[in-house]
Design a protein around this ligand. Structure first.
Ligand SMILES: NC(=O)c1ccc[n+]([C@@H]2O[C@H](COP(=O)([O-])OP(=O)(O)OC[C@H]3O[C@@H](n4cnc5c(N)ncnc54)[C@H](OP(=O)(O)O)[C@@H]3O)[C@@H](O)[C@H]2O)c1
Length: 248
């Protein structure tokens, strides 16, 4: 029997990158999976077809994580179309280069960053908590930059991910009495559109890790799948670093 048989999952930001790898992995482990996207409709539809052709079940929902009503709608649509909700993975996220001494120019970007990376995550968990029951799982994708920042210009991003980790610890307390676990996965450099592994910047980042390379999105998805499964039943309020030793 598959690890996640009969489970229903919602993954925000599932059309590309780490989110898409999580969608595929949860589906391969037996879950029926809804995921959100905001612009890449072609990629979202292709992912749905790939999973459904392989005998799984996936649906794509357009929902901008920067808009609370759309996030709430995505949770409700998941329950309406798939029947219930057992696992919420918040992967939708954006980054911005916003050095503090250029703050006037980057204030709108800061507001957008927080709307997606922080308020969007909180909105999803608030709405999902109405549907998750005993054994429910919330897994939030943070970032290794929440703990250690080695480059200029990304303080806003790092702070948004530190907020995700702090929120997750608090939500673990709020939801523990219902048997729901809440954890944060903090990826290090992972090869996606957001952070390609073939740039000049990437060679500097690779040298920072103990393993000397970027992660594949599947390596992050594997940890999310573990946290979503029965073997992680006593892990809650934890922050798990998956960073190739970048912060070691
Ligand atoms: N890559 C890394 O090195 C790295 C490291 C640490 C943490 N992370 C975190 O991991 C998560 C995924 O990152 P990634 O590298 O996979 O990014 P990515 O390649 O840029 O993919 C982002 C995904 O999120 C979706 N998305 C973006 N903005 C959204 C919004 N406003 N509403 C709904 N969906 C939205 C995108 O949908 P569309 O396709 O529709 O645009 C896409 O599916 C993020 O939270 C990121 O901060 C990444």
């Amino acid at each position: 029997m598959s690890n996640l048989a009969n489970k229903i999952a919602l993954v925000t930001g599932g059309s590309r990158g780490i989110g898409a790898a999580i969608v595929k992995r949860l589906a391969a482990d037996g879950a029926r999976v809804a995921f959100t996207y905001v612009s890449a409709e072609d990629k979202a539809n292709a992912l749905v077809s790939e999973i459904n052709r392989a005998g799984g079940k996936a649906i794509a929902i357009r929902a901008n994580s920067g808009k609370v009503k759309e996030v709430e709608h995505a949770v409700e649509e998941t329950v309406k179309q798939l029947g219930s909700l057992d696992i919420l993975v918040n992967s939708a996220g954006v980054t911005v280069y916003s050095p503090v001494d250029n703050a006037e120019d980057t204030l709108p970007a800061l507001e957008q960053l927080h709307a997606v990376n922080v308020t969007g995550v909180a909105a999803a968990v608030r709405k999902a908590s109405k549907y998750l029951g005993e054994g429910g799982r919330v897994i939030n994708i943070g970032s290794s930059t929440a703990d250690r920042m080695s480059f200029a210009g990304f303080a806003d991003y790092a702070a948004s991910k530190a907020a995700v980790a702090a929120y997750s610890r608090g939500w673990a307390r709020d939801l523990g009495k219902k048997g729901i676990t809440v954890n944060t996965v903090q990826p290090g450099p992972t090869a996606t559109d957001m952070n390609p592994d073939n740039t000049e910047f990437a060679s500097v980042v690779k040298a920072e890790t103990a393993l000397g390379r970027y992660a594949a999105p599947e390596e992050i998805a594997a940890v999310v799948a573990f946290l979503a499964g029965p073997d992680a039943s006593y892990i809650t309020g934890s922050t798990i670093r998956v960073d190739g030793g970048q912060n070691s």
